[in-house]
Ligand binder design. Structure first.
Ligand code: SF4
Length: 377
């Protein structure tokens, strides 16, 4: 993997107004040759130049449909650019403006670690396990899942994916977000004591064979460094400070937080719910701070605040800043293609299989709202 070199001059030290003006000019000069994809968690200074904004999977789809574009500049993190490359047309190059924009969650599961967990599960339940991975995982993990009969899931369709998985197999191995897995499985009636947690840093995942045998789902010990910052104490704190406020959180938040919240759902669900809420309503939002701020700006008649008392910022996404975007666009104008993200052919093939299986799932009508657990077989 390549590492990001320090931004060269003059881009590193241009004043902000010049940087923004030059981005505008470079983008206009490139015209339809370039398409800028802006993830919801990006800063406004980047989003203003995005041709589309959305979550990682939707942006990858939109990029592949922008067939005039030779260059898809993904203002997001590494796994998102990989997904865009997997879905891209053969003539499209996917570019990540800063190679150090990784994802702490995706980095918590490697192909080798997944193979170890898979072998341990096959040992206790041969042929009776299906792997599934959250979109927020490397291409290698998506390919691992595709090769072993499983699918990718998003936070929008995780419930449907689990239901489908349990029709095919007795157990699910879910990577790499422990919390999304637990919240979703619980909402489908799986009690907490039927969930095991595989910690790749421990021998045999830190679980016994009996725990694996008893588990309906094995959750990977991984999390989002942003969403795990929201704590259960935040919910009563905002309710006392602002009576009547509604708490809406992403299912990457901890189970205890989701249990206390009024609403739990994907980024898309959060946006739709707040946008559709009546004027005068108040919302405490448990997701990345740039999205929360944008929701507040775009809903001036409502109160929209972060659920956390601290800034919950995706620091790697934050590396994609105007100087890096300008460097990319002006390099493209000069005929250079820096920071291209490419997925090798075998990985692409199997990751695509896992993504296509997700697309074949029925639409998910309900967000991942945890409810009281019931016993399941
Ligand atoms: S918000 Fe969390 S899951 Fe999303 S890119 Fe950042 S670290 Fe990864």
């Amino acid at each position: 993997m390549e590492f990001q070199q320090p931004l060269p001059e003059p881009w590193a030290s241009l004043p902000e107004d010049q940087t923004l003006a030059r981005i505008r000019a470079a983008k206009a000069a490139l015209g339809r040759r370039v398409f800028i994809l802006g993830h919801h968690y990006q800063m406004d200074e980047i989003i203003q130049f995005a041709d589309a904004r959305g979550d990682s999977f939707r942006l990858s789809q939109i990029g592949s449909q922008a067939v005039d574009a030779e260059f898809l500049v993904f203002c997001g993190v590494h796994f998102m650019a990989e997904s865009a490359d997997i879905l891209a047309q053969p003539h499209q190059a996917v570019i990540l403006p800063d190679l150090s924009a990784g994802c702490s969650m995706a980095d918590m599961a490697t192909f080798e670690q997944a193979e170890d967990a898979w072998a341990a599960m096959q040992d206790v339940a041969p042929g009776r396990v299906i792997p599934q991975t959250y979109m927020n995982s490397s291409a290698a993990i998506k390919a691992f899942v595709g090769k072993n009969g499983g699918s990718v899931t998003t936070s929008s369709n995780c419930r449907v994916a689990f239901e489908s998985g349990w029709k095919q197999a007795e157990k699910i191995l879910f990577l790499p977000d422990e919390h999304l897995g637990r919240n979703t499985a619980f909402s489908l009636g799986v009690p907490l004591d039927r969930m095991a947690v595989w910690d790749p840093r421990k021998d045999h995942g830190g679980v016994t064979k009996k725990e694996l045998r008893d588990a309906k789902i094995v959750l990977w010990k991984g999390c989002c460094s942003v969403h795990q910052k929201f704590g259960p104490d935040d919910v009563p704190r905002v309710r006392v400070a602002m009576p009547g406020i509604q708490v809406i959180v992403h299912p990457e938040c901890r189970w205890e937080v989701c249990q206390l919240a009024d609403h739990v759902g994907s980024t898309d669900f959060i946006i739709r719910t707040v946008n559709a809420a009546p004027e005068g309503s108040a919302w405490a939002v448990g997701t990345e701070i740039h999205l929360t701020h944008r929701l507040a700006q775009e809903n001036p008649g409502k109160t929209v605040i972060s659920l956390a008392g601290i800034q919950c910022l995706c620091s790697t996404m934050f590396r994609i800043d105007p100087p890096h975007l300008l460097w990319i666009l002006e390099s493209l104008l000069e005929g250079r293609v820096p920071n291209r993200i490419t997925v090798d052919a075998d990985t692409r093939k199997w990751a695509r299989v896992a993504l296509d299986r997700m697309l074949a799932l029925p639409a998910s009508p309900v967000p991942a709202r945890p409810t009281a657990a019931a016993t399941v077989d």
